[in-house]
Every structure is written in C-alpha cells, then in structure tokens.
Design a protein around this ligand. Structure first.
Ligand code: 6PG
Length: 239
C-alpha cells in the first residue's frame, strides 16, 4: 500500500502540521481509550514539532511518552533523545513525571534493552507483549536508517527492543532501539524528513525497489495502522 505523502514548503510548516496531527491523535486516543501512547524520535528534525506542541490544547494528563530509540549517553548530554524532548517540550507542559518513560540508557545498552522490554509489557495490548502505540514519530537518516535500525542490520528481529552499536555522523554509537515488530503494531506512524541531504535516499525508499536491509526505513510497514511521510520541499526535491 502506497504510504501517504505530505510535502511542505519548509520545516516550520511541516512541524506546525505535525504538532496538529499529534494533538488530534492524542484527542482521539484519549476519547476512545482514555490514554495516548506516543513514541518520540531523536535527531534534529522533530525539535520544531516539539516546540510547536507547547501551546496547542493537548490534555497531557493521560499522555504517556516513550522513545523509539535512545543513545547511551547521560540525560543531560546534547545527544540524549530524552534530554532534547524534555528541554524542548516536556518540561514546558503538565505531563505527569510518571508518564515519561525514557529508555534508561545509563544502565548500559543490554540492561536498558531488557528494562524497556519489561516496561513495554506494562502497556501491552494482548496478544502482544508491547503496546500498540497510538502515534510513532520517526526520522530518517541520509543513509536510510530510522530509529537506530541501520543499514546492514538484521531484518528478522523478533525482540521488541535491542541494543545496537552504529556509526552515524558524529552521533553517539551505543544505542537502544525499538524494532519493527513494535513500530509496525502502531495505529499511526509519521516520518518527519527535512533537507536536501535526504532527497536521494527518500526517492529510493519511497519509489525504488524494496531493499529493507539497506534501507531500514522500508521496514516500517504498519500491520493495521496508517503511515504518513511528512517531508519538506528540499527533501522531496527528487520525488
Ligand atoms: C536518532 C534518531 C534517528 C534520527 C535520524 C534523522 O536517535 O538519531 O532516532 O533515527 O531520526 O538520524 O536525524 P535528523 O532528524 O537529525 O536528520
């Protein structure tokens, strides 16, 4: 099934709409199930979306925030996905502290993966051992990675959470990541992709052959959910 593609003039307009989609997804989930389970992405692209979420009327009380992946650095390290979301959004809204479910990367990759697997079970939706996230925000690297699923990594992972080591730009190498079995159970997945440097990979991911080992973003195929790509004009320039 062709994923939905929405092209925006620039990152700001993309981010404003992503925040509006977040708020609407939260409203619907809370109305239907009494809570909103969302997994955030790290990286630079979602930062403006986080900032745009400070104002709209999200009822944060029933919101539970998770992360699709985390770098194994201290929470106050600029590379911490939790730290960046905390500083840009979570410290500015009335979300209960116990609803913020960061990956405890300070335990070390292997222990943090086990710890998060146990946490996910607390929110599991039978018959799964993990939740059906109401919304997952994902980014995509220039190399086609998403979360911390990198090119060349195994495509037959059945564990919900794994520890990985990968080199990407100057970013921290040791990471913990959710895997496609969790992502693809989500009700709604939104990729946020911005910038000319992503344009060639985006064509390959969206219009090229299916090569999930080399293009991990292609592993994201929700089983019974909606997948939408939010891209700015620069990233879409070759589509
Ligand atoms: C991370 C993210 C990663 C990110 C991409 C894109 O922790 O690094 O999960 O998958 O989304 O690398 O990063 P940018 O948004 O900075 O381009």
């Amino acid at each position: 099934m062709e994923p939905n593609l929405r092209i925006f003039d620039d990152l700001l307009s993309l981010s404003k709409e992503a925040a509006a989609v977040f708020a609407e997804s939260a409203r619907q989930a809370i109305a239907q199930r009494g809570r909103f389970l969302v997994a955030l992405s790290g990286g630079n692209t979602p930062m403006e979306t986080f900032r745009q979420l400070i104002d709209p009327p999200v009822d944060w009380e029933p919101v539970h925030v998770f992360w699709g992946d985390e770098r194994c650095v201290p929470v106050d390290d600029p590379g911490s996905s939790y730290g960046q979301a905390r500083d840009a959004l979570l410290s500015h809204v009335q979300i209960p502290e116990q609803n913020i479910h960061r990956i405890q990367a300070d335990l070390g990759p292997a222990a943090a993966a086990i710890d998060y697997t146990i946490l996910l079970k607390r929110f599991a939706e039978t018959p799964l051992d993990w939740p059906r996230f109401d919304l997952v925000l994902l980014g995509m690297g220039d190399d086609g990675h998403t979360a911390s699923l990198f090119p060349g990594s195994p495509t037959d992972i059945t564990d919900p959470v794994i520890a990985v080591t990968a080199q990407y730009q100057d970013r921290p190498a040791n990471r913990v990541t959710l895997t496609p079995v969790v992502f693809n159970a989500a009700r709604q997945i939104v990729f946020l992709v911005s910038g000319q440097s992503k344009s060639e990979t985006l064509v390959n991911v969206l219009k090229g052959g299916y090569h999930p080992e080399q293009l991990p973003a292609q592993r994201i195929q929700p089983t019974d959910g909606e997948l939408t790509w939010f891209v700015d004009a620069a990233a879409a320039s070759r589509l």
